[in-house]
Write a protein that binds this ligand. Structure first.
Ligand code: FE2
Ligand code: FE2
Length: 465
């Protein structure tokens, strides 16, 4: 939440088709009749069944009737730093009485929580956060939007946690007013950097609102055992706070359980509201005005990079930082794969087509520094390219694969085919991608929005170390 702050308030604060390492050409199962989808386990780490310890006895309501009611809206999780040991919570409240708001998060290992989670306050550790009241214009009105972030550090890797966020005054033996705290949130910390343990993430983009279809699918999607989601933009139609509230509400089953790392789409027109509501990594060496516009994090053996593709000037200004960031990842023996995400597709055969500015500006960096996969949206369909290098088909064992998956329930677009197309699917089926990471390969499966069809499956063997 780096954006323009116009007022400030409270503070306390594999399917490994091992080709050996010689060939990087993606192995596709797209042409075959849709095999049964890769099994997606439905196993949430949130069954809080541990017996309540005797010390968890603070379940009497705190007697503070004069305390205002601050409903927690849109609580969700991101990472600003190490996914293995930190997490950041962000939420909004109504504008009234925020001068005394004390944003806090309480976190406990899921194994230590008990009962319904209300006793979480007896067993968890509380962290204070910070916030800002952003004043935005909607039509002629100035609308205050208080947004709050708490970053919790010192967590254990690969551990299931539960949490609540809100505002309360610490009173020994008393819990906060339930009206002022969130429902129970769940998350799992990532594997430590360099770990080569398998994990899964979801890649998606382009919802353009909290549609009824998202609401129908969200519980099922939240059960995909992914450690995180990566979202390539166009969450809302125009980015007003009402639209954000709608999107966050529709996505809540996912956002209560999975950190979601976004990039800004062209539909997030009121970008200050986007940047105020997502707490993202602050990158050394990136121009201050671009803070949170570009970010990176290491999850296990994967280096993920988020980029802002919305303006030509911004694309150019990210180059020095991006060059250094990708070079560092390439030289890092703990990193096996690099994945970049942005809203506009460098290569697309469909409605919007390829973004030649990105091809010319970032494309050489993707080639030079061994980026494995570039993930975009903007075109509301699904496409995957052959491995490309220097704007041409790459020699065997080299190149970057570009995936367009802009079908997270926004209206679908027709799809196209070009010389660089490996596979292409009409957007009327919607889509999302499940990425499995192992020591040996990246394996991607693109699904129809309802999960009933496999649109594409392919494997990228790990490049030689
Ligand atoms: Fe879009
Ligand atoms: Fe777009």
């Amino acid at each position: 939440m780096n954006s323009r702050v116009l007022g400030a308030a409270a503070l306390a604060v594999a399917v490994l088709l091992l080709y050996g390492n010689a060939c990087r050409a993606p192995q596709s199962a797209a042409a075959a009749p849709a095999a049964s989808p890769a099994p997606v386990a439905v196993e949430l780490p949130e069954a809080i069944t541990a017996a309540c310890p005797a010390r968890a006895t603070n379940d009497e309501p705190a007697p503070r009737p004069s305390e205002p009611t601050w409903r927690v809206r849109n609580p969700h999780l991101t990472w600003q730093r190490d996914p293995a040991t930190t997490v950041s919570f962000t939420w909004t409240t109504d504008a009234a009485n925020t001068q005394s708001y004390q944003p806090r998060a309480i976190v406990a290992p899921a194994s230590a929580a008990c009962g319904t989670g209300e006793r979480l306050f007896a067993v968890g550790r509380t962290t204070a956060g910070q916030g800002e009241v952003l004043v935005t214009r909607v039509g002629g009105d100035r609308i205050p939007v208080p947004a709050w972030t708490v970053e919790v550090t010192g967590l254990q890797p690969e551990t299931d946690y539960v949490a609540r966020v809100g505002s309360w005054t610490e009173v020994a033996g008393k819990r906060p007013r339930l009206a002022n705290i969130s429902e129970l949130l769940h998350f799992r910390t990532g594997a430590p950097k360099g770990s080569r343990a398998p994990f899964q993430v979801v890649l998606a983009g382009d919802s353009r609102g909290g549609s009824p279809e998202i609401r129908r699918q969200a519980e099922r999607l939240a059960a995909i055992p992914a450690v995180a989601w990566f979202f390539n933009g166009d969450m809302t139609p125009r980015g007003s706070q009402d639209e954000w509230n709608d999107w966050f509400t529709a996505m809540a089953p996912i956002l209560r359980r999975r950190p979601l790392m976004p990039v800004q789409g062209n539909h997030e027109l009121q970008s200050e509201l986007y940047y105020s509501q997502f707490a993202l990594p602050v990158e050394p060496g990136l121009a201050a005005q671009l803070t949170e516009h570009a970010w990176s994090l290491d999850l296990g053996n994967v280096h993920f990079v988020g980029l802002d593709s919305n303006t030509g000037e911004g694309i150019a200004r990210q180059v020095p930082w991006l060059r250094g960031n990708l070079a560092k990842a390439q030289a890092d023996p703990q990193i096996d794969y690099t994945i970049c995400m942005m809203h506009h597709a460098p290569w697309s055969a469909s409605a919007h087509g390829s973004h030649e500015g990105i091809q010319a500006t970032w494309g050489p960096l993707f080639d030079q520094y061994g980026v494995d996969l570039v993930f975009s949206g903007h075109d509301h369909n699904y496409e995957r390219t052959i491995a490309l290098q220097g704007g041409k088909a790459a020699p065997p064992g080299q190149g970057v694969v570009y995936v367009v998956a802009g079908g997270f329930f926004a209206p679908g677009y027709p799809n196209g085919h070009e010389w660089f197309t490996a596979t292409s699917t009409h957007g009327d089926q919607h889509n999302y991608v499940v990425l499995n990471v192992t020591d040996q390969a990246l394996t991607l499966a693109a699904y129809s929005g309802d999960g009933g069809r496999v649109l594409d499956q392919f494997t990228l063997p790990r490049p030689p170390r």
